[in-house]
Write a protein that binds this ligand. Structure first.
Ligand code: ADP
Ligand code: MG
Length: 690
């Protein structure tokens, strides 16, 4: 990057931030704006308001007489208005030598009244050093709406502001690759203007509009980012759809077998979704479809119908699950459904003996197995199918893209159906899952009653026991679950074990209590599950292994211990294990003391049973990166756009991109592909576009 003021040291810091070209720098947009056009004097400040003040450090000290060593740093500021403003920072020792008397700084923060001295105070205000003198670029930092950038290492917001300004002044305007027709129709400002005004807004832009990222300039840049991304995805998807695949015939025999299998009338949503899947399967190209549906909405049944299509066309089906328990669940579920159809279903997991495994593999390779169900063991290199036609992957979340690819290579481009219980808004799903089409089951099977969810403090857990007892007396069953978070399996195991003994020996000496956890050998796991299924075991104490897939309609109580340690998605999944029969079901969240975030999660669970709402809340609380597991989902690192905040712009951009990719004249299209190749591949890894 050749910009005055960027030497090798700064260049290195910028590079680490992904800013290696001048265009990258221009794409590094402010995350916030401050109105310093009308800076208040200290005398004008009122407690409660957010304000910017320009003042001089009068005195500063790290206080030592604090009893606990909080490293409190205090500074007093004056601006000639006759009043003093106090600034306080805990753990602020780093500020000695920075906030030195005489330095002029801009402070931004919430104005409060100090309880002891009744002076005006800002706690942890943001601040920015201002030039000592009235140097030439001082007007950049004051007397206007000022952009605030995220600092990078030693490069402060002020340095960024200066660099960007310099670049904007010296660079010739960048060209505008956005198709003119779109620009005109949406009345978007020219790209160069949009860049300029996003960094240095005009006075008439209102500060709150800017901070909501809705000025016309910001809108345009957000739109751009989504538009190119969606174009890339759309082209990529179109290409994938042209690959050769298997065209399954939807014969009368298929229909007959489906009818024979169905244990109940499918819901309208299940029918619609199966229609979409069948249509895909009939095409001579591989299906890449995501099946979304809330916990208990009946996705597995739809997957079984799809399996019949493949099998009746002489193909094999692979079903991939994230955990052994879930694989086992699917195994029983499919086996049961297919009992009268004469299909062979096998379960292949890591805990089989080498001999058993090699026997099963042989059967799969010879084509004697119709449905092979398993965990990742199923996609180990040496499992070969004779003719794999359909791969069903449960819980996209935990399977990386690589694993999906690996499975894909096992057949001659088999159809792929991915199932997930994390319902997210459709456009978002289409973007995040990029190359997948999306089908949604938005309806629960009939007769389901909403689950009643309660929050109980851990010192009242006896109440929970008496409640469980009542339900058991009425013939129902209950789950008691302990959280396993990655590092804590041993701990969770201990807690579950202790509870198991307490419940079985002390609280419920005369009913059968079972214990299930990840470290049991699989035949024992199966035995415990089977006993619970048959209704002999009344209470199942477990670590999170039952998180997905357990299906016992007679269970009506789900007690989640230490619920504050679970994420929202996980809590919702767990709760979905009850409420599967006609009886009223209950979920009890037992917690210790709650922090802000955990209180919010518990409140969401108590108030809502709608998976969509919960997923949206989860997304909000955690942010898209963590929510999706950025790496796994291939979620792009967006620069100015934000998947949640800018959801409506994403919708518009997606529509425009699809229109464009479908209808653009060949030459325009080539130009766009070249643009994506050049500047977007590096950012978004749209490697195969073009
Ligand atoms: P998901 O995988 O979407 O969480 P499942 O496929 O496990 O849901 O189905 C949940 C429960 O609902 C199962 O017991 C299943 O047999 C039952 N079920 C599925 N579809 C229907 C339907 N159309 N009518 C009644 N029950 C259904
Ligand atoms: Mg399921």
């Amino acid at each position: 990057m050749y910009v005055k003021g960027v030497g090798p040291a700064r260049a290195q810091v910028l590079e680490a931030k992904g800013l290696s070209t001048v265009e990258d720098l221009l794409a590094y947009t402010p995350f916030r704006y401050e109105d310093r056009s009308n800076v208040k004097t200290i005398a004008q400040l009122a407690p409660g308001e957010m304000a910017t003040v320009v003042a001089t450090v009068a005195s500063a000290k790290a206080s030592r007489f604090q009893r606990r060593n909080l490293g409190l740093f205090e500074a007093r500021f004056e601006d000639g208005s006759g009043q003093i403003l106090l600034g306080k920072w805990f753990h602020g020792s780093y500020l000695s030598g920075v906030l030195e008397p005489g330095r002029r700084i801009a402070l931004y923060g919430k104005v409060e009244l100090d309880t002891y001295t009744a002076e005006l105070l800002m706690m942890h205000p943001e601040f920015e050093m201002l030039p000592e003198d009235d140097s030439s670029d001082a007007s950049l930092h004051l007397g206007r709406v000022v952009p605030i950038y995220e600092a990078a290492g030693r490069i402060s917001t002020r340095v960024f502001r200066t660099l960007v300004h310099r670049v904007l002044e010296t660079l010739t305007p960048l060209d505008d690759p956005l198709p003119t027709s779109i620009r005109e129709r949406l009345k978007l400002p020219a790209r160069w203007d949009a860049i300029r005004l996003t960094h240095f807004p005009e006075e008439r832009d209102e500060i709150h509009v800017l901070n909501e990222f809705r000025s016309p300039a910001q809108w345009r840049l957000i739109f751009d980012e989504f538009f190119w991304l969606e174009c890339g995805l759309s082209i990529k998807r179109a290409r994938a759809r042209k690959e050769d695949g298997i065209a399954f015939a939807l014969t009368g025999k298929v229909r007959e077998q489906v009818k024979r299998m169905l244990p109940f009338k499918p819901t309208a949503a299940q029918k619609r979704v199966l229609g979409e899947i069948a249509q895909d399967m009939a095409k001579p190209h591989p299906m890449h479809r995501l099946l979304q549906g809330d916990v208990g909405s009946g996705k597995t049944l739809v997957a079984a119908e799809a399996a019949i299509i493949a099998i009746e066309n002489g193909c094999q089906v692979a079903v991939l699950a994230p955990t052994e328990i879930l694989a086992a669940q699917h195994y029983y579920y499919f086996k049961n459904l297919f009992r009268d159809l004469g299909y062979t279903v096998v379960l292949i997991t890591g805990s089989l003996s080498a001999r058993e495994k090699s026997q099963l593999k042989k059967l799969v390779a010879e084509g004697l197995v119709n449905v092979a169900i398993g965990t990742h063991a199923l996609i180990e290199e040496d499992v070969n199918f004779r003719r794999l036609g359909l791969a069903v992957i449960d819980e996209q979340h935990r399977f990386g893209v690589m694993q999906r690819l690996k499975l894909h290579r096992k057949g001659e481009r088999p159809d792929v159906l991915v199932m997930t219980a994390t319902p997210i808004p459709r456009t978002l799903a289409l973007t995040v899952y990029g190359d997948l089409d999306v089908s949604i089951i938005d309806e629960l099977p009939p007769g389901r009653r909403p689950i009643v969810t309660k929050h109980v403090n851990e010192d009242q857990v006896e109440l929970v026991y008496s409640f469980i007892k009542r339900e058991i007396d009425q013939g129902r069953q209950a789950y008691v679950v302990y959280p396993v978070i990655e590092e804590s399996e041993t701990q969770a195991l201990k807690a579950a074990g202790k509870m198991f003994h307490h419940l079985s020996a002390v609280v419920f000496p005369d009913v059968l209590v079972g214990l299930l956890h990840g470290r049991l050998p699989s035949d024992e796991k199966e035995a415990v599950m089977e006993s619970f299924k048959r209704g002999e075991t009344k209470i199942l104490v477990s670590t999170t292994v039952i998180e997905v897939g357990v299906d016992v309609p007679n269970a009506t109580v789900m007690v989640i211990e230490q619920a504050e340690r679970f994420g929202l998605a996980q809590l919702h999944q767990l709760r979905g294990r009850v409420g599967r029969g006609a009886q009223q079901s209950y979920c009890v969240l037992v917690t210790g003391k709650l922090g802000d975030a955990s209180r919010e999660r518990i409140r969401t669970m108590v108030e809502s049973s709608d998976g969509f709402q919960i997923a949206e809340m989860d997304l909000k609380l955690r942010g898209p990166g963590e929510f999706f597991g950025t790496k796994q989902s291939g979620l792009p690192a967006l620069r100015i756009a934000n998947l949640i905040r800018d959801h409506e712009i994403l919708e518009i951009a997606r529509g425009e991109a699809q229109q464009f990719v479908e209808h653009a004249p060949a030459e325009e299209r080539r130009r766009v592909v070249a643009h994506i190749r050049k500047s977007w591949q590096r950012l978004y890894g749209l490697v195969e576009v073009g």
